[in-house]
Ligand binder design. Structure first.
Ligand code: NAP
Length: 434
């Protein structure tokens, strides 16, 4: 898949070759079209003509190698080896050059070579190359490759979003920009995260790049706990205890949210951390049913009952803390709590499945969910992780993997984020979710 895509891109970039005349361009287009049709033999023949020309540059030699490779049915054929050797000679690809690369086109060549090595099951060599060039190459996720779920109001919500909790302003701005450029089109934030301005800056920068359209971006935000009353503190505490308004009326708040829709201030409304009972209460009183429910969900806490109820009522389901929220340990320690969190990323079953597919543990945890139409919003402020976490739609887990991962479910005991631990005495509230 990647090799196919890159093949197009490299072919297209040959348009700017100093020495290519019109007929060369036509031949390149023809080669591309043959490649698209799967006529690799014809494609190789055309590329043969182009590469036979002494002035032809390394990109075409490379394309020829890719076509040879496919022609051989993804096998290491002799003609492929020859073609590969030709690019090596033309591009002077040498491992030591990897350290000083500044030319993006050459990086693309290396990347394509890594893809070929990957198909040849030379994973270590492929990974070595990708990790060295990754800071230069284009994002791995193509926007069109991120599927969406259709909400009950007919709108589309991308299955993959970027989580923004515990990402301060400048970090979140860079992360949001990187995520949008890497193909994410959904950002999950909240007033409580105190970083919505940073999210806005990231979105603005991505739009300014010309690669992202505002209309394609799906931003989720959430009412703050203090949303119903004036106050500066997001979490007002007194004597170590959360100050609460015990008169919360969920139906009245929902009606106000419905008004926001009618005023055109938001397109879709949903709930988060609601219990099954609370969702039913909203459904029984709503003109607009919730479009989405967002709750903690991961291999240890698979939320079977909640998901079933959402499915019954056509409510989309978003998982938060899908990776086990490793960062919340730091958050809790800052709040003076000592906690040991389960380490989902190092669970042996997860790691075995990851090894089997040559993917990361994080990708397996996320793929397990999206493969069940569960929307995921992994948080990261690290560009490499953002790209890697987003690369979920180019592989599939099989039934054996899915079955093994399903068995990790511990039900309620697997819950990691406990509001009453984060906010002492919050469980005293009559609407406390859990
Ligand atoms: P998460 O996405 O499960 O985990 C995020 C943590 O994992 C961060 O510390 C991140 O660190 C690290 N990480 C990310 N990718 C990784 C990788 N490939 N390998 C190893 N570590 C990786 O947890 P979360 O932040 O709790 O949940 C995700 C999002 O859900 C939140 O950001 C927020 O938007 C939302 N959420 C909503 C609620 C709610 O009440 N509605 C509650 C919790 C979360 P780096 O940043 O350093 O990469």
């Amino acid at each position: 898949m990647y090799a196919t895509f890159l093949f197009f891109r490299v072919t297209m970039s040959s348009k700017s070759d100093k020495n290519s005349g019109n007929s060369d361009k036509e031949l390149a287009v023809k080669a591309k079209s043959e490649f698209n049709k799967g006529n690799y033999g014809n494609c190789v023949q055309i590329l043969e003509k182009l590469t036979a020309d002494k002035s032809c540059d390394v990109k075409l030699a490379h394309n020829k190698a890719v076509a040879e490779f496919y022609k051989g049915g993804l096998k290491k054929t002799e003609s492929f080896q020859k073609a590969l050797k030709a690019i090596f000679e033309k591009a002077k690809l040498r491992p030591e050059r990897l350290e000083t690369l500044e030319d993006v086109d050459t990086c693309v060549l290396y990347y394509n070579y890594a893809v070929i090595l990957y198909h040849l099951r030379q994973y270590r060599a492929a990974l070595g190359i990708v990790s060295k060039i990754s800071r230069y190459i284009e994002p791995l996720v193509e926007p069109a490759m991120v599927p969406s779920v259709e909400l009950n109001n007919g709108r589309k919500m991308p299955l993959l979003g970027l989580g923004c909790w515990q990402a301060p302003g400048d970090e979140v701005a860079a992360a949001v920009e990187a995520a949008l450029l890497a193909g994410y089109r959904h950002i999950d934030t909240a007033y409580n995260y105190l970083n919505e301005d940073g999210v806005g800056r990231g979105i603005k920068a991505a739009i300014a790049s010309g690669k992202v359209k505002r209309s394609d971006i799906f931003v989720v935000t959430k009412l703050p706990n203090i949303g119903m009353q004036a106050g500066k503190d997001v979490f007002p505490f007194e004597n170590g205890k959360l100050l609460m308004d015990f008169s919360t009326d969920l139906i009245a708040i929902w009606k106000e949210m419905e008004r926001m829709v009618s005023l055109g201030l938001t397109k879709s409304i949903g709930v988060s951390n609601f219990t099954v009972k609370q969702v039913r209460k909203i459904l029984a009183n709503a003109k607009i049913p919730p479009a989405v429910q967002q709750v903690e969900c991961h291999v240890y806490f698979q939320q079977t009952e909640m998901r079933e109820m959402c499915k019954q009522h056509n409510i989309a389901f978003t998982s938060y803390s899908s990776l086990g929220s490793p960062g919340s340990k730091m958050f809790m320690e800052k709040m003076g709590m000592k906690v040991e969190l389960p380490d989902l990323l190092n669970n042996p079953v997860v790691r075995l499945v990851a090894e089997k597919h040559n993917r990361t543990a994080a990708q397996v945890l996320l793929r397990f969910l999206v493969q069940q139409d569960i929307i995921v919003i992994p948080k990261s402020v690290k560009v490499e992780r953002i790209k890697q976490n987003g690369d979920l739609f180019s592989f599939k887990l099989d039934e054996v993997d899915m079955g093994a991962l399903r068995l990790l479910d511990q039900g309620e005991a697997g819950r990691i984020v406990r509001m009453k631990d984060l906010f002492p005495n919050s469980d005293m509230h009559p609407e406390a979710p859990h």
